[in-house]
Design a protein around this ligand. Sequence first.
Ligand SMILES: [Zn+2]
Length: 336
Amino acid sequence: MRPGQRTLLRHVLVVWALCGSVTGCKGKSDATTPAASGQPPFMSTVAAPIAQMGDDAPAPEKTDGFDGKRALAQVAKQVSFGPRPSGSGAIAKLQEYLLAELKSYGCEVETDSFNSSTPAGRVPMKNLLVKIPGDKTGIILLGTHYDTKRLDNFVGADDGGSSTGIMLELARLLCHQGGKYAVWIAFFDGEEAVRKEWADPDNCYGSREMAARMALSGDLPKIKAFLLADIVGTRMPHFKRETASTKWLVDLVWSTAKRLGYGSIFLDEDYAVSDDHESFLKRNVPSVDVIDLDNGPNGDVYYWHTPQDTMDKLSARSLAIVGHVFLESVKQLQAK
Ligand SMILES: [Zn+2]
C-alpha cells in the first residue's frame, strides 16, 4: 500500500512472505448454487465433498431459516463457471445467473455497469444492488464481492464465492420481509487487485463506484450500517475484530454472535484488513468487515489466493453461522 494508507496488518510477516510487502494482498473464496433449473449445481469432482460438508449444516429452523446447504450450493454454482475475474466471459455468465436468481426470489435489483482504469487497461465491471424497501428513512447495507482474483486456475470458492453464496441466501429470505428500514444488498465487482500485490487504487473498484454513486444520489447519509462479508466459508473459521471497522457496529455483531452461541468463532482479538468496507468508512458510513484471513501455513485459510481455494475447503455449517449472525444483526439494527 502507499504511505499514508492503512496497512493490512493481519499476519504481517506471513503476508510479507507471500506477497513481498507489508501492505498485504487480500483473499477471498467462491461457491455455487443448486440451481432451481434442476441442473447439477456443481462440478462432478466436488460433488462428494459438498455432500459431506452439507451434512454438518444445522437445520434452517435453528438459524432463522438460513439454509447453509443452499448457500454452499450457491458457492458451487459460482465455482462451476470457472475463474471469474472482472471483465471475463465467466463473470458475465455469473452476473446473468445472479440477476436471474435474485429476480426469482422477487427481489428488486439495480445494475450499474461502468469501466475502471486498471493496470490491465480499461475493464468493464458491474455492480448489482438489491433494494428491499423499509417504512422509514434509513438503509441497512449488506455486501460481498463476487469477482475472483486474476490467478491461473483460481476459482475462489472461499474468496468471492462464500460471501456471495451467503448474500444470495440472505436475499432469498429478506426480499419477502418488510422492516422499519430498507435493507440493500450489494454485490461488488472488482474487489480484487489486478496486480498480484494489493496496492491502492488497484482494488475495491466496485465498492468505490457504489459509494461514489450513493454520495451523488444522496443515499449515502441514509446508510445506518454497512455489514461486509468476505472469506467466510472455511471449515473452522475464526473471525477477529477488524480494527478500522466502526466499534459500535463491531460490538453489535460480536455480541449478537456470542448470544447465538458462536463466541468461540467470533473472537475478541484485533485484526486489520483492507477490504470493500473502506470505501464506505472513508465516507463516514459505519461499517464492519466479517472476514477470516488467517492465511499462515497452519491458518484457517492457508489456501488463500492459491488454486487450492476450492469447494472442499468450505463448510455449510460455517456459511449457516455467518448467515445467522447477519440475519440477527439486521434485526438488531432494525430495532435501533
Ligand atoms: Zn482475494
